[in-house]
Design a protein around this ligand. Structure first.
Ligand code: TXA
Ligand code: MG
Length: 351
């Protein structure tokens, strides 16, 4: 299949391009599009045949449900059985935006979209191209991140092309996304709200808005390793991984840098090449063969923003191993480490 990449400007959305993309969706085909978090791989979420194509293109296990994307609050009600008060408050505060809610699904949502579950994940993205595409298509758009299953999520159209060329008819190229990691997922389908995947909207932000404590699914930070089944089926799969093995090193910064530099020296004796994930502050202190800065520690949203791009850039470098310091502090530390920890297969070295 020929994959057409169409540049589209979010400030002046070209009507003809939008209609062409929506036409693919109406014909049960797939369109990749930018959202403010990562690129999504979209199809009509109420059509089992269209959803099935998403699973095939990504190589995604069929028990891993999809998120339905809506463009307006009115579109929520028909998709769910009820909207609990806390969910309504969260939607008012964080939509459009990087929040996905799990609610009990209505009859019209096919089990093919929800991986057989009686609940459905819903998000109203805050990206003009995503919203316009949903509106023009006239249906909720089911969209996982537009990567091949197991690979880092795409934050640029080029990443989508790497994974989806030949598999889908259309990629809308709206440039680099704004946040860089996927939405926070919060489950409102049971009495107590539970965060299933951390993201830009933090537990504290939810608690302030809904006025009740928010739990965190114990599987979020390494449950996979301990055999705890996560509530979001997708969180159990290996994820976000670059081709080379990634090793996380935590401890006092000076010690971490010395440790990694020692490992680089050892690797060089064996003729191996080493990649290092550094920050703007530490980059020139590392002796790796390929040292990539992920952002600045003084503003950790820059780290979230570059995370997947950096992981993917190592796939284009011939490195045998990648070392990274950890980024636990700051507002986004929880969400960043959730992704990095999984990418590293839950392994970490303390120095
Ligand atoms: O930011 C995002 O959320 C991006 C953009 C494109 O919107 N989408 C995204 O989708 O990250 P995906 O499919 O890569 O991740 C969705 C996660 C998976 O871990 C899936 O298992 C979980 O949401 N999920 C979906 N429906 C669920 C449900 N009914 N109950 C529990 N988890 C669910
Ligand atoms: Mg994904």
């Amino acid at each position: 299949m020929y994959t057409k990449v169409i540049k589209i400007n979010q400030e002046h959305i070209d009507k003809a391009v939008l209609e062409e993309a929506a036409d693919w969706i109406k014909r049960k085909e797939l369109v990749a599009f930018p959202t403010e978090t990562v690129y999504g791989l979209g199809a009509n979420g109420l059509d089992p045949e269209a959803s099935a194509k998403i699973y095939a293109a990504k190589g995604r296990p069929s028990d891993n449900p999809l998120i339905l994307h809506i463009s307006d609050m009115d579109e929520l009600e028909p998709l769910v059985q009820e909207i609990p008060g806390a969910a309504r408050k969260a939607a008012e505060a964080f939509w459009p935006g990087p929040m996905t809610m799990i609610l009990k699904k209505s009859e019209i949502v096919p089990l093919e979209t929800t991986g057989g579950l009686s609940t459905v994940a819903i998000r109203m993205p805050d990206h003009p191209i995503a919203r316009a595409l949903i509106r023009e298509s006239g249906c909720p758009i089911a969209a996982p991140s537009a990567n091949t299953s197991g690979k880092p999520s795409p934050t640029r159209a080029e990443h989508v092309f790497e994974d989806m060329n030949g598999r889908i008819p259309c990629i809308l190229d709206g440039g680099m996304v704004g946040i860089g990691i996927e939405s926070t997922i919060i489950d409102f389908s049971e009495k107590k709200p539970v965060i299933l995947r951390p993201g830009f909207i933090t537990p504290k932000m939810f608690e302030e808005v809904i006025g009740m404590p928010v739990a965190i699914d114990p599987a979020v930070m390494g449950g996979g390793a301990k055999g705890i089944a996560p509530k979001a089926p997708g969180m159990k799969y290996k994820h976000y991984a670059p081709k080379a093995e990634l090793v996380l090193v935590s401890g006092e910064e000076g010690k971490v840098i010395s440790y990694i530099n020692r490992k680089v020296t050892e690797a060089h004796r064996k003729g191996e090449r080493i990649g290092v994930i550094a920050t703007d502050e530490t980059a020139d202190r590392y002796q790796g063969d390929v040292v990539l800065s992920i952002g600045t520690k003084s503003c950790d949203s820059t780290i979230a923003y570059h995370l997947y791009d950096v992981l993917r850039r190592f796939d284009h470098e011939e490195v045998d191993m990648i070392y990274s310091q950890v980024f636990e502090t700051g507002e986004n530390g929880f969400a960043i480490m959730n992704r990095l920890t999984k990418a590293a297969g839950y392994e970490r070295i303390e120095v």
